[in-house]
Ligand binder design. Sequence first.
Ligand code: FMN
Length: 198
Amino acid sequence: MTSARTTGEATTPGFETLSELVRARRSNLRMDADRPVPPEVVERLCDLAMWAPNHMRTNPWKFALFTGDGRSRLGAALEAAQQARGEADPDRLKKARTKYLRAPAMLVVGSAAHDDPVFHAENRDAVAAGVENLLLGATALGLASYWSTGEVVTVPAVKALAGFEPGDQIVAVVYLGWPVAPLPAPPKLAPPITVVDD
Ligand SMILES: Cc1cc2nc3c(=O)[nH]c(=O)nc-3n(C[C@H](O)[C@H](O)[C@H](O)COP(=O)(O)O)c2cc1C
């Protein structure tokens, strides 16, 4: 399969704009931790996330914004969980405690639990699609963003801090901030597409 761009087939300004935006998004942690991201901006990004497709309109999105000292509470919850499972390395504990201070805004994105296991899984799919909308919106506004997960997504105290239910899933812990340095684009891979035509 070849792209419209390479064959000269029809494209549209909208496609080209979207394509540039998608390619411009990078996981970029090089951000100014001291320059706030207004909550209204984060709200607009969350609104974009909610335009993602979601099966049977379950609207599984959940968001929790941590700024200021709230970021320390997030880190403290992770550190406490690590200590509870026996972690004693002071460097690792310090990293957990301070890692969320690297961004002015930390957005925890959750997916609502569902009694039906299929919907439970599909809720997560929908939220993941929403996270990409959010990251693209951030990129369009000139914000650096970074989708992270790790042990933090398993910690019950973090879900409680975020206002999520115990059965909800944390899909992303997104760092948001104004970039201090851009990141180069990664090498481009061709899409691995199997075409079945007859
Ligand atoms: C579900 C998911 C979880 C991720 N979790 C982490 C993480 O915990 N730590 C990390 O360094 N990057 C994490 N990333 C970011 C990827 O490492 C990153 O997207 C990848 O390196 C490609 O870089 P790019 O986003 O700039 O294209 C995660 C990405 C996704 C989609």
